[in-house]
Write a protein that binds this ligand. Structure first.
Ligand code: F6P
Length: 319
């Protein structure tokens, strides 16, 4: 294989740039031509494809976001849009593709692979919701960003003796809430995978207050059925303690990637190019038990994610 492409798609994640850098530099080291496709599948359809060289990825390993830009393409899921994308791959003579993104982006890659394009999927999402890998690129940075925010919220929450509901991202996956809540010492962590018990949350807040606690922090994943506002209202009514809501939002998707995310991105990016060089069929690349792994892309996307019950139990015991 001589000429390959790389794209980022879906919600951006810190560490995507480090992954692009690894793909570009490994490809060049292997004497391959590497093309960057801008704005994900949308840019593929539009032919926004350019040759990349060593210096095009200089000074980006520490930068959040993605230099290739990203998009959620609605056109790519139509037969016409998909065909246009395929035509562009052919026009530019791309013999393989590295797709960096979450579930939807890798599913787009799977469709391309069914149409004959070898695709390597890299897990780029803050959500940590891909079953085949222990961690996704961006998750660790996002958890640390939430952790910093929790520290600030704790200060003001203590001064005013309030309860604060901190809403974090993650779609239907509770990992950002679980990890940040555990590491941040939150009183309660609410995740979509476990039904919330309002009475026991209220009881915990009251017991805490009775033993001298001056604040309570509830970390709620956005996928939990009851909204943060509804939750705050019910907690305030049933505990008599003023309760505020902080929605962290997109702050969780930016920022300089942690060492862990940079390492993961560099390692999976390298493996992706090696696999394309070996003319491998389409694979999903990730990390399992601290080892870089690759598995059949279709199989990877069929896997069902199971929440880590030991962490859920730990969060309950420690809170
Ligand atoms: O998948 C990453 C993510 O940030 C989710 O946690 C969140 O639900 C979603 O993207 C937000 O998407 P958008 O950028 O389209 O608002």
């Amino acid at each position: 294989m001589k000429r390959i492409g790389v794209l980022t798609s879906g919600g951006d994640a810190p560490g995507m740039n480090a992954a692009i850098r690894a793909v570009v530099r490994t490809a060049i080291a292997e004497n391959m031509e590497i093309y960057g496709i801008e704005r994900g599948y949308e840019g593929m359809i539009n032919g926004e494809i350019r040759r990349m060289d060593i210096s095009s990825v200089g000074d980006i390993i520490h930068r959040g976001g993605t230099i290739l830009k990203t998009a959620r393409s609605e056109r790519f899921v139509t037969p016409e849009g998909f065909q246009r994308g395929l035509d562009m791959i052919e026009n530019f003579g791309l013999e393989g593709l590295v797709v960096i993104g979450g579930d939807g982006s890798l599913t787009g890659g799977l469709e391309l692979s069914r149409a004959g394009v070898p695709v390597m999927g890299l897990p780029g999402t803050i959500d940590n919701d891909l079953a085949y890998t222990d961690f996704t690129i961006g998750f660790d940075t996002s958890v640390n960003t939430v952790l910093n925010a929790i520290g600030n919220i704790r200060d003001t929450s203590s001064s005013h003796e309030r309860t604060t509901v901190v809403e974090v991202m993650g779609r239907n996956c509770g990992d950002i809430a679980l990890y940040a809540g555990l590491a941040g010492g939150a009183e309660t962590v609410l995740i979509p995978e476990v039904e919330a018990d309002i009475s026991s949350i209220c009881k915990k807040i009251i017991i805490g207050k009775n033993r001298g606690k001056v604040h309570s922090l509830i970390v709620r994943a956005e996928g939990v059925k009851m909204t943060s506002q509804e939750l705050a209202k019910v907690l305030e009514e049933r505990t008599g303690i003023e309760t505020k809501v902080v929605v962290l939002g997109y702050v969780q998707r930016g920022g300089s990637p942690t060492a862990r995310d940079r390492m993961l991105a560099s390692q999976v990016g390298y493996r992706a190019v090696q696999l394309l060089k070996e003319d491998s069929s389409s694979r999903a690349i990730g990390i399992s038990g601290n080892r870089i792994i690759d598995i059949d892309l279709e199989q990877a996307l069929k896997m069902q994610r199971i929440a880590d019950t030991s962490l859920i139990r730990l969060a309950e015991i420690l809170s």
